[in-house]
Design a protein around this ligand. Structure first.
Ligand SMILES: [Zn+2]
Length: 497
């Protein structure tokens, strides 16, 4: 089933990849696009339907104003022009999961068009031109039962759930993206990641790729080096993670390069990405736009957002994630590498909140990216899912700076907080973790260590200061870590001078 594929570097030596990305976003409106049914995820099958979203005769759709508002805000955030007047269209097709047998979508009159965004890969900017962002409705869901794979092939029967039919979608389509060379898969990944962050900051979708509220169809074609004519493209459907976007494209580059190098031709078709095997397989031959017999939807009035409303919505746009990231990096004084680690560790929000709670950026970064990252990793959870808040991390740091605990003890304080033992100062009290500042106790421990290791003590007296390490270690063990190592060292050297 896996096709011939060419080595990635060989493929790139002979061909230039051209990308086209279509991203579907489910909006988080409370009701559907054209009826009042709930959009809540995970309800009992077919409990969120009505004559409109089931396409029963005589039912009439009404446009969801909130969905139009979200569409305009998304268009503005993508740098698009907003159409002063646009319509819905019927896209005719046999959809078993859409009883009307047409999808209410937009065709030649999208609500937003001609935008542009910039994404960064390895410090290089790539401009992605946006062709359009249009409104449409989602289809229902098919559940294939009885087969091994959950796909229709081999299934005994299929079940239909129309709860999702009619949920508002925005489809964002790029213009062909050229000039990315070997970075094409990473540029695509960066773009989808950018969209996810942007849509989340707009608050218009919960953008969960694993639940299907953000879905990417990745188009790819190859041009032989030195030519300018676009090749035949394939469309890999519903790739449902960021990593899969890059992996599926890397595979298609290698597969198409093998076909073309062998003198064959690429077939225009949709393809399915197989996450487990890491390959794509053919789906259906791709229709041309004219096959869908689009025509303007006669049951819906056109949409004509006033310029005042559009400008009002523009003023509600939040700071865009890339702009915000640049601002925070400069405020925190992190190098590109340090900030890159923060981004890779998904720790921007956590560090921002920890700094807001009073910690320095460097200390916030230290705790989240080392100690806490390690614990999240061990527990196989996201950093943000750990049972410690940014305010508590800032408090741990405050205890370190006040000399109440040292770094070693601070880790035990974090243990206590994560175990649900309360606030950091409560953990310090309950576990008796504070650094011992009682000089008498410290002196006794130092004298004991000197008496127990006279050889080391003599070496220090003879000027071999590095021999003090063993004695400091003995004192720290004796004090169960609850001493300030610098103070122990000073006292030892004083005693042995
Ligand atoms: Zn409905």
């Amino acid at each position: 089933m896996t096709a011939e594929i060419l080595d990635y570097d060989e493929a790139l030596a002979a061909f230039d990849p051209v990308l086209g990305l279509e991203v579907h976003v489910e909006l988080n409106t409370r009701s559907k696009m054209f009826c009042g049914c709930s959009t809540e995820f995970g309800a009992e099958p077919n409990t969120q339907t009505c004559p409109v979203c089931l396409g029963l005769p005589g039912s009439l759709p009404v446009v969801n104003a909130k969905a139009v508002e979200s569409a305009i805000r998304i268009g503005l955030a993508l740098g698009c022009e907003i159409a002063p007047w646009c319509r819905f269209a019927r896209k005719n097709y046999f959809y078993p999961d859409m009883t009307k047998d047409f999808q209410t979508s937009q065709y030649d009159e999208p609500i937003a068009y001609n935008g542009s965004v910039t994404v960064e890969v390895d410090g290089e900017p790539y401009e992605i031109a946006i062709e359009r962002a249009h409104m449409e409705e989602d289809a229902g869901k098919l559940l294939h039962v009885g087969g091994a794979t959950g796909r229709i092939h081999g299934a005994e029967y299929s079940l239909l759930d129309y709860n999702r039919a009619g949920v508002p979608l925005i489809e964002i389509v790029t213009k062909p993206i050229r000039g990315t060379g070997a970075k094409a898969p990473e540029v695509a990944r960066a773009y989808v990641s950018f969209l996810r962050d942007m849509l989340r900051s707009l608050g218009v979708s919960d953008v969960r790729m694993e639940q299907g509220s953000l879905r990417c169809d990745a188009n790819l074609s190859l041009m032989p080096k030195g030519t300018v004519e676009l090749g035949t493209r394939t469309e890999t459907k519903n790739v449902n993670s960021l990593r899969s976007v890059a992996d599926a494209l890397r595979y298609e580059i290698r597969r198409q390069a093998a076909v073309l190098s062998a003198g064959g031709r690429v077939i225009q078709e949709t393809r399915h990405w197989h996450e487990d095997g890491g390959y794509t397989s053919p789906g259906r031959n791709k229709e041309q736009a004219e096959d869908y017999r689009y025509f303007p939807e006669p049951d819906l009035v056109p949409i004509a957002p006033s310029r005042e409303w559009v400008e009002e919505l523009r003023s509600t746009l939040p700071e865009m994630p890339a702009v915000r990231a640049k601002r925070l990096q400069s405020e925190w004084g992190f190098t590109d590498r340090e900030f890159g680690d923060v981004v890779a560790g998904s720790a921007i929000e956590l560090i921002e909140a920890t700094v807001a709670a009073g910690a320095t950026p460097a200390s916030a970064r230290k705790w989240w990216l080392t100690e806490l990252a390690r614990r999240a990793n061990e527990a196989d959870v996201e950093l943000s899912e750990l049972a410690i808040t940014p305010a508590q991390v800032a408090e741990v740091q405050r205890l370190v700076e006040a000399g109440t605990v040292n770094d070693q003890l601070a880790r035990q304080v974090i243990d206590g907080v994560l175990a649900g033992e309360g606030e950091p100062d409560e953990v310090v009290r309950a576990r008796g973790l504070a650094v011992v500042s009682d000089t008498g106790a410290l002196e006794a421990a130092v004298d004991k260590a000197i008496a127990a290791d006279p050889d080391a003590a003599q070496k220090v007296r003879d000027g071999k200061v590095q021999a003090a390490g063993a004695l400091i270690g003995a004192v720290m063990r004796d004090m169960r870590g609850q001493a300030d190592a610098a103070a122990v060292r000073a006292l030892l050297l004083q005693r042995l001078s």
